[in-house]
Ligand binder design. Structure first.
Ligand SMILES: NC(=O)c1ccc[n+]([C@@H]2O[C@H](COP(=O)([O-])OP(=O)(O)OC[C@H]3O[C@@H](n4cnc5c(N)ncnc54)[C@H](OP(=O)(O)O)[C@@H]3O)[C@@H](O)[C@H]2O)c1
Length: 346
C-alpha cells in the first residue's frame, strides 16, 4: 500500500509527504541527492501518525533504472517532480526533458511495476494558459496551452506536453486505473527548506530582498501549498476519473502583495511603489528573469481561473491568498533565509 511521491524534496512534494504521513500512510519519497540536508532533513523530521512510515530513496527522472526501482512495489504514484524554471538558454535540456522524458520514464515504470493502480500528476495552469488572452478572461480546464513552444514559453510547453503524455497513455488503461491531474497556479505558503525559496516563493523573496526598488503591474493567481497537497491526496480517492482540477484560491496585484507584507511587517523595507505600465515594459527588456514578450503578454492584465470543480468534486476549501502570502514569511525570517538588506530598518 505504498504511495510514491516523486520530487519529494521540492516545495509541493514535501507538503504532500507531510500530508500523507499525517494520515498514517506508508510513503516512499524520491529525492535526487539523499546526502543533501536541504533536500532530506525536513522530510526525515516530519511527524508520522498511526501506522505510517517514510522511506527516502534516490531517483533521477532521466535515469530509467532509478525510476523503475523507486516505483517497484508501490500502489499509488504522485508525480510532482519537474524543473520549475520559466526560461533557460538550454531550455530543452534544462526544462523540457526532465518534464517530458521524465514523465515518460515514470509511465513506463508504472507499466513495468504491475502494482500501481493510481497516478496523480502535478500539472499547472501553464498547461492551460494560451500565449494570448484578454484582460479579465476566465479560463477553465477546457483550455490547453496548445500554442506553447520551446522558444517563447518552454515551461508551458513542458507542462502541456507532459500532461498530454499522461492523458494519452491513460486512454489505453481500463477503468480500474485511476488518473487525475492537479493544475495549480502560483503556489505560496510555508517553505519547509531553504531550497523551496527558489521556486514560486521567489516572488516573495524578490520583495523581502528588495531586489528591485518598485513593483510592476503584475496580476498573480495564488493558491496555498497546503491546499495543493490536500488536493493531490484527495484526488487519490475522490473526484472524476481522468479529472483535471484547477487549484486556485484568488488573485492579487503584485502591489497588493507588497503592501500586505508591508502592513504585517512594517520593519521590512519592502517596495510598494508601482511603476507605470510602459516603464515596466522597458524594465522587462533589461531584467534577467523576464522578457519583453512575457511582459507584453502578462503585465497590466487580469486572468481568472475556474476552480469550482475542485471545490465540488474534491471538497476543497481554500486558504485566502493573503493568508498564504503571510504564512510564507515567518519561516524565512526565523531562519534568516532572506538577504541582509531586508532586515529590520530599526
Ligand atoms: N510552485 C508553483 O507555483 C507551481 C505551480 C504550478 C505547478 N507546479 C508544479 O508542481 C510541481 C512541483 O513544483 P515545486 O514548486 O514543488 O518545485 P520544486 O520545489 O522545484 O520541486 C521540484 C522537485 O522536482 C525534482 N526534480 C527536478 N528535476 C528532477 C530530476 N531530473 N529527477 C528527479 N527529480 C527532479 C526536484 O529535485 P531537487 O530537489 O533535487 O531539485 C524537486 O524535488 C512541478 O511539477 C511544477 O511544475 C508548481
Amino acid at each position: 500500500m505504498t504511495v510514491l511521491v516523486t520530487g519529494a524534496s521540492g516545495y509541493i512534494g514535501s507538503h504532500i509527504v507531510a500530508n500523507l504521513l499525517s494520515k498514517g500512510k506508508t510513503v516512499r519519497a524520491t529525492v535526487r541527492d539523499s546526502s543533501d540536508p536541504e533536500r532530506v532533513d525536513h522530510l526525515a523530521a516530519m511527524e508520522v501518525e498511526h501506522e505510517g512510515s517514510l522511506e527516502i530513496v534516490q531517483m533521477d527522472l532521466l535515469d530509467p533504472v532509478s525510476v523503475k526501482k523507486a516505483i517497484f512495489g508501490c500502489k499509488e504514484v504522485i508525480h510532482t517532480a519537474a524543473v520549475v524554471v520559466l526560461n533557460s538558454k538550454r531550455a530543452k535540456e534544462k526544462i523540457v526533458d526532465p518534464s517530458v522524458l521524465g514523465t515518460k520514464n515514470v509511465l513506463e515504470a508504472i507499466d513495468a511495476s504491475g502494482s500501481v493502480n493510481c497516478l496523480i500528476h502535478t500539472s499547472s495552469t501553464a498547461a492551460i494558459r494560451p500565449q494570448k488572452y484578454v484582460d479579465g478572461q476566465v479560463l477553465t480546464t477546457d483550455t490547453w496551452a496548445k500554442d506553447a513552444n520551446i522558444e517563447e514559453n518552454p515551461y508551458g510547453y513542458a507542462k502541456y506536453s507532459a500532461e498530454m503524455l499522461v492523458r494519452d497513455w491513460h486512454k489505453s488503461k481500463d477503468d480500474s486505473f485511476r488518473m487525475v491531474t492537479i493544475n495549480p497556479c502560483v503556489v505560496l505558503g510555508p517553505p519547509l527548506s531553504k531550497r523551496h525559496l527558489r521556486g514560486s516563493p521567489s516572488f516573495v523573496m524578490m520583495l523581502l530582498n528588495r531586489e528591485i526598488p518598485f513593483v510592476i503591474p503584475m496580476h498573480m493567481s495564488i493558491v496555498d501549498v497546503r491546499d495543493v497537497a490536500e488536493a493531490h491526496v484527495r484526488a487519490m480517492t475522490e473526484g472524476e476519473q481522468a479529472g483535471r482540477y484547477l487549484v486556485v484560491s484568488g488573485q492579487m496585484w503584485w502591489k497588493e502583495v507588497a503592501s500586505t507584507i508591508r502592513t504585517a511587517h512594517p520593519d521590512l523595507p519592502v517596495p510598494t511603489r508601482q511603476i507605470p505600465y510602459l516603464l515596466s515594459l522597458v524594465v522587462s527588456i533589461f531584467h534577467p528573469k523576464v522578457s519583453l514578450s512575457w511582459a507584453l503578454t502578462h503585465l497590466g492584465k487580469r486572468l481568472f481561473w475556474d476552480a469550482t470543480p475542485a471545490e465540488n468534486d474534491l471538497g476543497m476549501k481554500w486558504l485566502s491568498p493573503e493568508q498564504s502570502l503571510l504564512d510564507t514569511i515567518p519561516t524565512i525570517l526565523e531562519n534568516n533565509w532572506h538577504d541582509g538588506k531586508a532586515r529590520s530598518k530599526k
